[in-house]
Design a protein around this ligand. Structure first.
Ligand code: ADP
Length: 504
């Protein structure tokens, strides 16, 4: 059969831990799915955003260049041959670093001569095939790594004219890329890369950010790409992983709290059960302890009453037995009554200055008969210069009697008892030493608990209620002192009752 505490634990496990586990598993599975889908969603959004941003850049650039070409066309219409008006348009267009106008047969119309090495750069571009390409497309073409654009305009006479211009990299970065990409609201880093993958522009330092994806620009910047980067720790996967960790941690704490609660309740219940068992043992032990001396008293009393014992020596012996058993009964009843007063919080102590030696010897005297009968070797040593100590003499006498009673009760073959009293470190120490059964180290703390008795095999045949040492400890503590034990199984025990001197 299961004990109530085991049943409770099993129920608690079913009622709390099982649902918690199910929640944990479901939570974990859904978070994993969320992780995958959020990653996909994020990539999709990043691609849309990159495409949009690239389109915006191209639109802005196209508009700026169209505007420039419109103004140039207007200037060409006003002048017979390109001159000042073209100069003015060029001066107002920072995006255009160099401008050349070429006639239909490849002759340079503006400026008068090629600048620096431009002839080598522009020469082949404005050659026949390139011009025909412009002619065919009817609009602007971008060549030479996004730097040079060719376009077709007409001069005043209606003759076609080819415009070749070189973009200014700095202005392109500042006025086109920065103004369009810099204004985008997005936590990611957006960068523009050239054909070799070098960064032409980036909204923030890329550092160790990871590239998520890149999209190609179209006809305005055909060789470049727009790339989206993710700063470390900011990806949705990592955000979800943080959530997973948080969730797991919270769940762990929850489970730990639940388990701690169950363990504590289980311990309390076990303690309660143990207490109930100890209490019922106590009742049985006390009843037994009361009955035994009573039947001895009755038996010897009746024998004496009937006048059957004629021998005076035997009679005296019977009287002594009756007195000893009476004393034993008184001690037991005192113990039980004091214990119940302590439990009910009604016990009071009356402190009076007391001489230690008479108290020790007087208490020991009450055990003279059993000590002599069982052949105990008794030693008493009381330091000669002991001062009077403030104490409740009855209570301390009772504590000492309990210690002596135990020393006799738990003795073995080597029957020796020593009681010594002296001052150590400003405290009166009364120690009772025996060479009896001794107490195992793991039991030494427990024996001072109420109702506790060491396992049956050791105490077999020895009567006791289990409250004697609890009482000794209570009395010691009520005096501001304590009681300790030094013991080794098979070698004996030494109980030391310490009381402070200071209060006398
Ligand atoms: P009890 O009525 O059982 O003697 P106590 O509270 O006086 O109750 O003691 C608790 C337990 O401590 C005893 O049951 C016994 O096992 C152990 N004990 C106490 N004194 C001694 C001793 N001098 N030697 C060995 N064991 C002892």
């Amino acid at each position: 059969m299961w004990s109530p505490s085991a049943r409770f634990s099993a129920l608690a496990l079913l009622a709390i831990v099982a649902p918690a586990t199910i929640v944990a598993v479901l939570g974990y599975v859904s978070i994993r799915q969320w992780e995958v889908s959020s990653e996909l969603l994020y990539r999709e959004q990043a691609r849309d955003m990159a495409t949009m941003a690239a389109e915006k850049v191209e639109m802005t650039l196209r508009r700026a260049e169209d505007d420039f070409l419109d103004r140039l066309q207007a200037a060409l219409r006003t002048e017979g041959s390109p001159g000042r008006a073209v100069d003015a348009v060029l001066a107002g267009s920072p995006l255009i670093r160099r401008l050349y106008l070429v006639g239909p047969r490849g002759e340079l119309l503006y400026p008068r001569a090629w600048k620096e090495s431009d002839a080598a750069l522009f020469g082949p571009l404005v050659s026949e095939p390139a011009l025909r390409k412009v002619e065919r497309s009817g609009k602007r073409v971008v060549i030479a790594e996004n730097q040079i654009c060719l376009a077709r305009l007409t001069e005043r006479g209606g003759e076609p004219i080819v415009v070749a211009f070189l973009r200014d990299g700095d202005t392109l970065r500042r006025e086109i890329l920065e103004t369009t990409l810099g204004a985008l609201e997005s936590p990611t880093i957006i960068a523009v890369l050239d054909r070799e993958g070098r960064t032409v522009y980036s909204r923030a330092p890329i550092g160790d950010a990871q590239r998520v994806l890149s999209v190609q620009f179209r006809d305005t910047l055909p060789d470049w790409r727009l790339a989206v980067y993710q700063t470390p720790g900011a990806s949705p996967r990592q955000a979800v992983q943080r959530q997973v960790m948080f969730f797991t941690g919270a769940l762990g704490v929850l489970v730990a709290v639940i388990v701690a609660g169950i363990v504590t309740t289980w311990r309390l219940m076990r303690r309660e059960t143990e207490m109930a068992r100890l209490k019922s043992d106590f009742v049985a032990n006390v009843s037994h302890d009361l009955k035994t001396p009573l039947s001895v008293i009755r038996m010897f009393g009746e024998t004496l009453e009937m006048g059957r014992v004629t021998d005076e020596g035997r009679r005296q012996e019977y009287y002594r037995v009756i007195t000893r058993e009476g004393e034993r009964l008184t001690r037991l009843i005192d113990n039980v009554l004091d214990f119940s007063r302590i439990e009910g919080g009604r016990q009071t102590y009356r402190m009076t200055p007391t001489s230690v030696e008479p108290l020790v010897r007087g208490t020991l005297e009450t055990f003279a008969y059993p000590l002599a009968q069982q052949g105990f070797k008794v030693e008493v040593s009381v330091a000669p210069d002991l001062p009077e100590v403030a104490m409740d003499a009855d209570a301390v006498g009772q504590a000492l009697a309990n210690l002596i009673d135990n020393a006799i009760k738990y003795s073995a073959d080597d029957r020796a008892l020593t009681v010594d009293a002296r001052v150590v470190d400003g405290q009166l120490v009364i120690a009772v030493t025996d060479r009896g059964l001794g107490i195992a180290p793991e039991e030494q703390a427990k024996i001072f608990e109420k109702f506790y008795r060491v396992g049956r095999s050791d105490t077999q045949g020895r009567r006791g209620s289990g409250v004697g040492l609890a009482l000794v400890r209570h009395i010691a503590e009520a005096h501001g002192g304590d009681v300790t034990v030094e013991s080794a199984p098979g070698e004996g025990s030494r109980f030391s009752l310490r009381l402070p001197l200071g209060r006398s």
